[in-house]
Design a protein around this ligand. Structure first.
Ligand code: HEC
Length: 272
């Protein structure tokens, strides 16, 4: 049956093409986006983007611009006028529709030649769809609700070690870097702190030291001393659960540990 064989040959060839061409433009619908896997999208963002981009409203520009409000924005620099965009990106005069973002993230160098977003490779599917969906939710561009996240597992047995009781919190905070920006009437102080599994806190500033403990309400409390500022020390407590969602950004929370002091905290991936 030569005719039949010819036909299956064609079908096989099409299937191979589809499998190889992972960067082909997909048609992204709201239905696909709202059903995409949030956790996969978040992981893709953390691994591929968070070193250079923050998402939340009011977040700072890093190597790349903060992405709040990106969907529907113009790529001419008007969204973040203080960010130093490349001429190439501005000249592309794109509007960041979902499809346009999809195309850009599939292959930034090909999509906007000469742009300054240097990533080793485009984002392949299916991660790209999940990433887009996550990014839309976290930058105010989605009209569907954030999915219920699996609740943080806390083992209530206080006799067990902390890393067993709060696994996600432990992994995140104890292996990465906390970045602080402390603003007082006298100016601002930026430093990095490292929360260690032995309960100590060290810093990139050798004078700044501290310790952390969970208290009996399962609040995470820590103290820092030796700050080259006034006041030179403070104590803060947070509900442990609130801290255990692994996110990276230069600025994730803001607090007022002492009157007249504003403290901005963020978590950066890794530590020296
Ligand atoms: C190495 C740093 C770096 C990484 C990693 C990175 N970006 Fe970027 N990104 C940039 C820079 C720099 C620009 C500005 C490019 C220009 O001006 O040419 C940019 C621009 C963008 C823009 C356009 C912003 C605007 O205001 O028009 C989007 C959207 C974007 N990045 C998303 C992402 C996503 C999603 C990822 C992860 C897949 C990612 N970026 C990874 C550095 C990075």
């Amino acid at each position: 049956m030569p005719q039949y064989r010819a036909l299956t040959g064609v079908i096989a060839a099409v299937a191979v093409l589809a499998a190889v061409d992972t960067f082909a433009q997909q048609e992204v619908t709201r239905d696909m986006l709202s059903k995409a896997d949030y956790v996969i999208g978040r992981r893709a963002f953390q691994m591929r983007c968070s070193a250079c981009h923050s998402l939340a409203e009011g977040g700072t520009d890093l190597t790349g611009p903060n992405l709040w409000g990106i969907v529907g924005a113009k790529a001419d620099g008007s969204r973040r006028p203080e960010f130093n965009y490349s001429e190439a990106l501005k000249a592309a005069n794109a509007t960041w529709t979902v499809d346009r973002l999809d195309r850009f993230l599939a292959d930034p160098a090909k999509d906007v030649p000469g742009n300054r977003m240097a990533i080793p490779e485009g984002v392949p599917n299916p991660d790209r769809l999940a990433l887009l969906s996550f990014m839309m939710l976290e930058t105010g561009g989605a009209d569907w609700p954030r999915p219920e996240l699996p609740t943080v597992v806390v083992d209530k047995d206080r006799s067990k070690p902390l890393d067993v009781r709060f696994p996600s919190f432990w992994n995140h905070m104890m292996t990465n870097t906390v970045r602080y920006r402390m603003v007082t009437d006298d100016g601002e102080l930026v430093f990095k702190a490292y929360f260690n599994t032995d309960g100590s806190v060290t810093s990139d500033n050798p004078k700044i030291r501290g310790f952390w403990r969970p208290d009996d309400r399962d609040f995470f409390c820590y103290a820092l001393t030796g700050l080259p500022a006034k006041p030179d020390q403070f104590v803060e407590c947070f509900p442990m659960i609130a801290m255990s969602i692994p996110r990276f950004a230069e600025q994730l929370w803001e607090s007022k540990p002492v009157e007249g002091v504003k403290l901005f905290g963020g978590i950066l991936p890794g530590r020296p």
